[in-house]
Design a protein around this ligand. Structure first.
Ligand SMILES: NC(=O)c1ccc[n+]([C@@H]2O[C@H](COP(=O)([O-])OP(=O)(O)OC[C@H]3O[C@@H](n4cnc5c(N)ncnc54)[C@H](OP(=O)(O)O)[C@@H]3O)[C@@H](O)[C@H]2O)c1
Length: 248
């Protein structure tokens, strides 16, 4: 089976997912805001199973599509082409980057519900939002490995969550179903599950800049699926957005 992963956004997380997918035998269609030509280096690195396209083409080509853009660009996602698709949403809310979004600030919606409203014909599943790009690359393990990590998923559609879990499995992670989209905050900023478990013990005595560098470079530590389940269950809803810092 040679499935195709469509990627809308091919930066830190999108590029990492593309590498994991190609390693797992998937085809990938990458896209970004500046056009396919600007992805030539990444396509060359990934080899014959990768190509670059427009966001609309990546949406059409994907058996499953990951949207991994800054949240402020959510309403530019190609809703028509994503109709009928399972869409994985990695987006997190950073007001300094994304601007203030009242519906998120007042807890009327989660960021994934905002994405789902825009992509009204798609089945949105939140995933890959609670782990840094470096750790996402380095902690992937085959099924059955004692060092395999779990990652939370959240969604409203059982079939879409099954497809998302199959993708996570292929890419090296156990999917842990933690919530419907309305509770996808359980893996978001300002919760115990958000990025920090996967980096492990942080060094002391570093400046904020040094800490950020460390965060972007540390390979991280495995977080078993059961621990993910526990952390999601004990989460308390805090402020919707996070400050720009080590985890984006
Ligand atoms: N970095 C992390 O460790 C991390 C971890 C978990 C979740 N996240 C979340 O995942 C998302 C992506 O993060 P990232 O760190 O990968 O971001 P990034 O490195 O800045 O990459 C963003 C990508 O989105 C593309 N993009 C922006 N606007 C677009 C549009 N309108 N249409 C199509 N593509 C567009 C950019 O393309 P251009 O460069 O051409 O503009 C770029 O390829 C964010 O919401 C972030 O909060 C990040």
């Amino acid at each position: 089976m040679n499935r195709t992963l469509g990627l809308i956004g091919s930066g830190m997380i999108g590029g990492t997912l593309a590498r994991l997918a190609v390693n797992a035998g998937w085809k990938v269609v990458l896209s970004n805001s500046r056009g396919p030509d600007t992805l030539a280096d990444l396509v060359a690195e990934l080899g014959a199973n990768a190509r670059a396209a427009t966001p609309a083409e990546a949406a059409r080509a994907g058996d499953i599509v990951v949207v991994t853009v800054p949240l402020h660009a959510y309403d530019k996602l190609p809703a028509a082409e994503l109709t009928g698709k399972t869409v994985i949403d990695t987006l997190n809310y950073y007001p300094e980057r994304d601007g203030r979004i009242a519906a998120l600030d007042n807890d009327e919606l989660t960021s994934s519900e905002l994405v789902q409203r825009h992509l009204s014909g798609a089945r949105v599943v939140k995933a890959f939002n609670s782990i840094g790009a470096k750790q996402l690359a380095s902690l992937a393990r085959p099924a059955g490995s004692p060092e395999r990590s779990g990652l939370p998923i959240a969604g409203d559609d059982a079939d879409a969550k099954k497809e998302a879990a199959e993708l996570l499995d292929a890419l090296g992670y156990d999917a842990v179903d933690v919530a419907p989209l309305a509770e996808s905050w359980r893996s978001g900023p300002n919760t115990p599950l958000y990025c920090y478990p996967y980096v492990g013990d942080m060094p002391t005595g570093l400046t904020p800049e040094e800490l950020m560098l460390w965060f972007f470079e540390t390979p991280g530590v495995p977080v078993p699926a059961e621990r993910v389940r526990e952390l999601a269950a004990c989460a308390v809803r805090g402020p919707a957005g996070a400050s720009l810092g080590v985890a984006q």
